[in-house]
Design a protein around this ligand. Structure first.
Ligand SMILES: [Zn+2]
Length: 168
């Protein structure tokens, strides 16, 4: 069996910024692999493209430019949000709102945006809504540990079910 559309694929990987010797970012091991439904846009396009047609126990190593990964860093994704939005009973929640903290905000239509607090003044909180990996070149290396057919239900939902997937 090979990695292709509609297969559930389990991989271990190590992520470094820039190249294999760049800053270490994250790692998944065999006891807790990344499990995903291939070909349904669940992962960044460059990751899926480089795994296609691999078999179990095949290893991989590749570098993705920002446009194949999390996109370019965009200054327009930085916004000043009025501080009232973060206040409870007229006071800033300083436990929650701290520079460097990732916060989830909801817009008027119920969409959720994650952003990082960059600056706090009395009037506004400056939030950076770029993905933390935006603008970065990423190097992935790892191994395919399992490939199976997706169930009908998984295919209709477009994601993996079971212990390592989403329960919905
Ligand atoms: Zn589901």
């Amino acid at each position: 069996m090979k990695v292709e559309n509609n297969k559930v694929v389990s991989v271990t990987y190590r992520l470094n910024e820039n190249d294999e010797n760049g800053p270490f970012r994250e790692e998944t091991k065999e006891d807790n692999p990344l499990v995903f439904l291939f070909g349904h846009g669940n992962l960044i396009p460059g990751f899926e493209n480089n795994l296609k047609d691999l078999a179990v126990n095949d290893t991989f190593a590749f570098t993705l430019k920002p446009e194949e990964a999390y996109g370019e860093y965009n200054e327009e994704n930085i916004s000043d949000i009025p501080s009232q939005v973060f206040q409870q009973d007229g006071k800033m929640n300083t436990e929650l709102v701290q520079v460097g903290r990732i916060l989830s905000l909801q817009d008027g239509e119920g969409r959720v945006f994650n952003g990082m607090v960059k600056n706090i003044t009395d009037e506004a909180v400056t939030m950076d809504f770029n993905h933390p990996m935006a603008g970065k070149t990423l190097h992935f290396s790892g191994k395919v540990v399992e490939i199976r057919d997706a169930s009908e239900e998984e295919l209709s939902h477009g994601h993996v079910h079971g212990p390592q997937g989403h329960q919905h």
